[in-house]
Design a protein around this ligand. Structure first.
Ligand SMILES: CCCCCCCCCCCC(=O)SCCNC(=O)CCNC(=O)[C@H](O)C(C)(C)COP(=O)(O)OP(=O)(O)OC[C@H]1O[C@@H](n2cnc3c(N)ncnc32)[C@H](O)[C@@H]1OP(=O)(O)O
Length: 196
């Protein structure tokens, strides 16, 4: 059995699958924003039951699934807010994120738990690419400087700050225009040989 850090094998992505994954994100946003009546609830529930039946027909193991392995922003991992990378060097990645309605905490603000989720994924990807050996999150620190609004295109900076032995230090920010919403930092530790 392969280890989770093995480079993803080339995956054949069926035509339309990336669009389907994007639709799935939209479904979660629309579901969160909806207040259906009983008829609409019954119809939606039947359609979701059909969807579950269709997808369950191709259930597979971790190493063969498509979710999380697509060469598109968000990798088709629909739990994680997609990081749209615009520029990247070995030490800095810049782009945008838009937290949809599904990530609402309250009063138009992004849920406080969605932000570390976003940074764990963005840091994790950066800590494990550019020919770097595999590292796992040891810690993650988030400072909520200002409210992060949902349904807004936000600027993101992720930096690979430094490496000390097996320890990799990353930092990041989320900006709403000139307003600093979040500062984050993370420690990633390179796995010992044979560690899983
Ligand atoms: C193409 C790809 C796309 C892929 C895209 C993928 C994107 C998603 C990526 C998501 C990434 C994740 O969420 S990973 C999942 C979440 N993380 C985990 O489950 C990790 C669970 N924890 C562990 O497995 C372990 O604790 C490790 C591996 C983190 C560290 O254990 P270890 O290897 O035994 O390390 P150890 O010898 O104890 O420590 C090494 C050094 O690190 C320090 N250290 C260790 N832990 C900590 C800590 N929490 N806080 C401070 N410092 C720490 C030690 O003091 C020591 O410093 P010194 O004495 O040397 O100075």
């Amino acid at each position: 059995m392969p280890n989770w850090w093995d480079k993803p094998a080339p995956v054949v992505i069926p035509e339309g699958y990336a669009e389907f994954a994007e639709q799935f994100r939209i479904l979660q946003d629309v579901m969160t924003a909806a207040a259906p009546d009983a008829d609409q609830t019954r119809t939606a529930s039947q359609l979701v039951a059909e969807l579950i039946d269709v997808l369950a027909q191709s259930a597979t193991d971790e190493w063969s699934q498509l979710s999380g392995r697509l060469p598109v922003p968000g990798r088709g991992q629909t739990l994680v807010p997609a990081f749209h990378i615009e520029t990247e060097t070995e030490t800095e990645s810049r782009g945008t994120v838009r937290f949809g309605r599904q990530f609402l905490g309250g009063n138009g603000a992004v849920h406080g738990g969605a932000i570390p989720l976003f940074f764990d994924d963005a840091f994790g990807r950066f800590a494990n690419t550019h020919d770097r050996t595999l590292a796992r999150t040891a810690n993650l620190h988030v400072d909520y400087r200002n409210v992060t609004p949902i349904d807004t295109d936000l600027a993101v900076i992720v930096r690979f700050d430094r490496e000390e032995g097996r320890k990799r230090y990353l930092t990041g920010e989320i900006w709403n225009g000139e307003c600093l919403c979040v500062e984050a930092s993370g420690l990633f530790v390179v796995l010992k040989p044979g560690a899983a």
